[in-house]
Structures are given as C-alpha cells and as structure tokens.
Ligand binder design. Structure first.
Ligand SMILES: NC(=O)C1=CN([C@@H]2O[C@H](COP(=O)(O)OP(=O)(O)OC[C@H]3O[C@@H](n4cnc5c(N)ncnc54)[C@H](O)[C@@H]3O)[C@@H](O)[C@H]2O)C=CC1
Ligand SMILES: CC(=O)N[C@@H]1[C@@H](OP(=O)(O)OP(=O)(O)OC[C@H]2O[C@@H](n3ccc(=O)[nH]c3=O)[C@H](O)[C@@H]2O)O[C@H](C(=O)O)[C@@H](O)[C@@H]1O
Length: 492
C-alpha cells in the first residue's frame, strides 16, 4: 500500500500523478551533481520544482547552494542553476540519507568507473544505494541513470536496496533510464534531443519511470522490456562508438603506406548512408567510451573478440603517435634523447575538463619512455597536476621545441601564431591545423580531409611517401616510378 505521493503502485490516476509531479508535491533526490548530474538536477527542478541534489563533495554542494555551477562548457547551465536555486526549486546537500528520507523519486547519476583490473567499479553506486535505502519508502521510485553493466539493476541494485531498506522488492520501483548526452550539449540532450529509454525491473517500474520522463523530456519515451535491456542499450551505444573509432584508427594508420589521405577517403566513403566511418585520432578517452566495453568484457563467457580487439587498437594509438613523432624527429636529424616535445591539449576531448583515460596522458608516457623531454599546454587543466611541465599558452613562442603534437583541439589553440614559432615538427593528430604555408614540417595523422598525405611536405618535395619502413617511391604525375631516396627532405 503506498501513500498518495508514491508513483510506484500508485492508485491515483496517471493524470493526478503527473499533476503531483509537476506541481512540486513529489520531492526528487538526484545523487551526483557532476558534469551530467547537475544539468539533470536542473532540468528535474525546472520540471518538478522540488529537487534535492546530493553530492559527497562539499565544494560542489556549497557552489550549487549558492546558485552557481561548477560545471564548465555547458550553455545555459549557469542561468538554470541560478534561477532554480533562487526560486527554491533546487537545493543541494551532502546528506544523502536525509535527502532520501524526503524524496519519493531517487535519481542516481554518479560515476561508474573501472578497477585497475578493468572490472566495473560499482562501489560508488553501492554507496548511493545505501543512502537511498536509508530513506526508501513504499511506493518510491529509484531511477538509475549511471551507465551500468547489463544485469546490475536486477542482480545487484534491487537486492541491495531491498536488503538495506527492509522493504520487499515489490514495495518500490527501480528502472534504468540511461543518460544520452555529451558534455557541451547536456541541457539540450536532457530536455529531449533523443528518445528517452526506460526499462524497469518490473512493468510497474517501467510505467512509473515513463510518466516521469514523459514530463521531463520533449522527446518520446522509449520503454523496453526490462532494466537489463535498457542497460544493454546504453552500453551497446558506447561499444558501437569504440569499435567504429578503432576501425577509423586502423584505417588511418594505412595512410603512410598507401601514400594517400585516409581522412579524404573516409569522408568520401561516408557519402553512402550505409557507411559511417568515424574520425581517426590519437586514442579514445573520457570515462565513458573506453570504459563501457569492459562492462561487457568483464562479465560474460561469450567471446567478444571484436570488442576486445577494438579496445586494444584504441589503446595502442598513443604509442603509434609517439612512434611517428620519433620518426619525424629522426628525419630532421634530432636525436630523441635531447629532443623536447610540446603536447597541445591534455583533456580527452576539446572543451571538456575531463582527463580520465585521456590519450594525451598516455602519449606523454610513451614519449618519456623514449627519453624525450615533454611539456604540456591546456586551457582547462594544469599539466603540472599530471606530472607534465606546464607551458602557458601565451608563452609558447618563448622557447623552441623540436616538435609539437596537437592531441586535443581546444578552441583556444586557434589563436596560436605558428609563424612566430621557430621551425619545428608539428604532428597534427586531429587534422585541425592548416600549416601548409608555414616553415614547419607537418605530419597529419591519417592525412587531411583536403587530401594531403600524412607527410605532405616531404611527399610534395620528393614525390616520396614515407611509410612505416621509411621513404617509399610513389608514381609521379606521368605514372613512372619516382624512386629518388631522401634523408627526410634532402635528396641523397
Ligand atoms: N559525462 C558524460 O558525457 C556522460 C556520463 N554519463 C554517465 O553519468 C554518470 C556520471 O557521469 P559524470 O556526471 O560525467 O561524472 P562526474 O565525475 O562529472 O560527476 C560525478 C559526481 O558524483 C559525485 N559523487 C561521487 N560519489 C558520490 C556519492 N556516493 N554520492 C553522491 N555523489 C557522489 C562526485 O563528487 C561528482 O560531483 C556516469 O555513470 C556516466 O557513465 C552518461 C552520459 C554522458
Ligand atoms: C555513443 C556516443 O556517441 N556516446 C557519446 C560519448 O560522449 P563522450 O563525451 O565520451 O565523447 P566522444 O565524442 O564519444 O569521444 C570519446 C573519445 O573518442 C574520441 N573520438 C571520438 C569520435 C571519433 O570519431 N574519433 C575519436 O577519436 C574522442 O576524441 C574522445 O577521446 O559518451 C557519452 C556517455 O555515455 O558518456 C554519450 O552519452 C555520448 O552520446
């Protein structure tokens, strides 16, 4: 038997449930106020008017309680947090159990990371489940938005909540409703950029969660058979991306040997709607895409060779980039042991203040293993916090480097005056630099979208593409083999 505020097993009409929800009668607790949790709490507040955000970080709680956002790079979030806190529709606390006691809907969006053995780390989810259980009442609805290994709601979360709350599993609802959003477009996405998937541990949980997200999202709600299916949807979306990035990376490494721009070939192949090749890059970072495959790899008996190999290809990209930096240094006569390299961008992707699994940090390790002195520049994080000598973006031209590697194309790098820098090797892993008219020697990983081969400067001068085994002849315009050798720019 639930009281009138519980959505799970509610005896009131669905219309009345919606009125209670959007009228601020049903308190909502959101656990985790990070890059995704704070925007989510903001949208819940603008929809229901009665949200308690919970975070273990007192600085986060203090910031949000003062009406400010600590999350950068999210258009509209500062204003949303300010107006929702000012109007009393959103508050924040570090006291999870107290929030659980007040709330009737509990939304969990805390990190789901990996252990050192690449096993899913559900310790944070367990800690939040303890908080929720401390205040769980009959008729409550628990919504997991944190990405989870398929089967977690059914096999871990539901039993955990029941055991810790002394409620029977059929006294509360539990649904998995994955967060389909990316940093930089969080509010747009949460408000309804994509259909909202909901999958409950039972039909009533699915129904109740569908009511909530039908009010929260302007897009359709997509109910699926159960929570495990919903968990699989989210993880499969991430695996699709990781495998396709690995395919793009593997093809991208062919560019040197083929003497073509693979990026041009990819862009052209993607003319076909059935072909969606991704972008080659220096590796896959963030705490999502490189992690989600392990949510399946770690827990299943079924061989997952494609998924596993894709992870290996992507994890190998920082080493491949370091190898090309080494080749370029050697080709310009620099001994790597007294070479200095500047890494541009340490976060995992442009504009996002997140370094978990960042390929740039793996590249730094690879270069240092090659006895190359490395410095780093990033507008969002302090390289010094990652053991990298920091160079200020304004001071790049105050020292000369033997090479610069563009790993993360922050927009702040668009202002670099490359002509003012001493001639150097520039390795562009994102094809975002246009340095053709400069005095630098440019290597573009996988070539450029405009058709420039990776070593375009060299190939243009000598008609010789540089493959992994060193310079190789290419057919010249008349079709005859042009076999001149070079020591990296000068005919021998
Ligand atoms: N970042 C993204 O682009 C997306 C992330 N997700 C998923 O959302 C979840 C959260 O990701 P982010 O917001 O990026 O993480 P985040 O690292 O930016 O924020 C996590 C927040 O949770 C807080 N926290 C940690 N333990 C806690 C606890 N026991 N109780 C309350 N708060 C706690 C932290 O202090 C932090 O403020 C993850 O499961 C991720 O897979 C889903 C879609 C997109
Ligand atoms: C399937 C999918 O597109 N998932 C998105 C992804 O967003 P995320 O912020 O992790 O960034 P991302 O654009 O996937 O990039 C991840 C990493 O992969 C690299 N990357 C990405 C695309 C590409 O073609 N080539 C490439 O090298 C990026 O540089 C980055 O290092 O993960 C999010 C998540 O689930 O956390 C998800 O909500 C987003 O929709």
């Amino acid at each position: 038997m639930t009281d009138s505020l519980g959505l799970y097993g509610a005896e009131r009409s669905e219309r009345r449930q919606r009125e209670l929800l959007t009228g601020g009668e049903i308190p909502v607790a959101v656990y985790g106020l990070g890059k995704m949790g704070l925007p989510l709490a903001g949208v819940y507040a603008e929809t229901t008017g009665n949200v308690i955000g919970v975070d273990v970080d007192p600085v986060v709680v203090e910031t949000v309680s003062s009406g400010r956002s600590h999350v950068v790079g999210e258009p509209g979030l500062d204003e949303l947090v300010a107006e929702q806190v000012e109007s009393g529709r959103l508050e924040a606390t570090t006291d999870g159990p107290a929030a659980a006691d007040r709330a009737r809907i509990h939304v969990v969006i805390v990190p789901t990371l990996l252990t050192d053995d690449f096993e899913p780390d559900l310790s944070t989810i367990g800690a939040v489940a303890d908080d929720v259980a401390a205040g769980l009442s009959p008729g409550d609805l628990v919504i997991a938005e944190s990405t989870l290994p398929p089967g977690t709601c059914r096999d871990v979360l539901e039993p955990h909540l029941a055991a810790e709350s002394d409620l029977e599993p059929d006294e509360f609802g539990l649904a998995f409703c994955p967060e389909r959003t990316s940093s930089g477009t969080a509010l747009r996405d949460i408000r309804g950029q994509y259909p909202k998937v909901v999958g409950g541990v039972d039909d009533e949980s699915t129904r109740a969660a569908a009511v909530v997200y039908d009010e929260l999202s302007a897009n359709e709600v997509h109910p699926v058979s159960d929570a495990t299916t919903a968990e699989a949807v989210k993880v499969f979306e991430g695996i699709y991306r990781d495998v396709n990035i690995a395919l793009a990376n593997e093809l991208g490494l062919l560019a040197d040997e083929l003497g073509v721009s693979v990026r041009e070939a990819i862009e052209t192949a993607n003319d076909l709607p059935m072909c969606q090749l991704h972008d080659p890059g220096p590796g896959v970072g963030g705490h999502c895409i490189p992690y989600y495959p392990h949510f399946v790899l770690a827990g299943v008996e079924t061989p997952m060779d494609v998924v596993r190999t894709a992870r290996e290809v992507n994890d190998g990209m920082p080493g491949a980039v370091a190898g090309r930096v080494e080749d370029e240094l050697e080709a310009t006569g620099r001994d790597r042991s007294d070479a200095s390299v500047l890494v541009l961008g340490l976060t995992y992707r442009a504009g996002v203040e997140e370094t978990r699994a960042s390929p740039a940090l793996d590249l730094v390790d690879e270069l240092e293993e090659r006895e190359i002195a490395v410095a780093g520049v990033d507008p969002l994080v302090d390289p010094g916090e990652y053991g990298v000598r920091a160079v200020d973006i304004e001071a790049i031209d105050e020292e000369s480097f033997d090479a610069a590697v563009l790993v993360t194309a922050h927009e702040e790098f668009e202002g670099i005056q490359w002509d003012a820098l001493e001639p150097t090797v520039v390795v562009d892993t994102r094809d975002t630099l246009d340095l053709e008219e400069t005095h630098h020697r440019v290597y573009t990983l996988a070539g450029s979208r405009t058709g420039r081969r990776p070593n375009a400067d060299l190939a243009a001068e000598t008609g010789v593409a540089v493959g992994p085994e060193g310079p190789e002849s290419t057919m010249n315009a008349s079709g005859s083999a042009d076999v001149r050798k070079t020591d990296g720019g000068n005919d021998v």
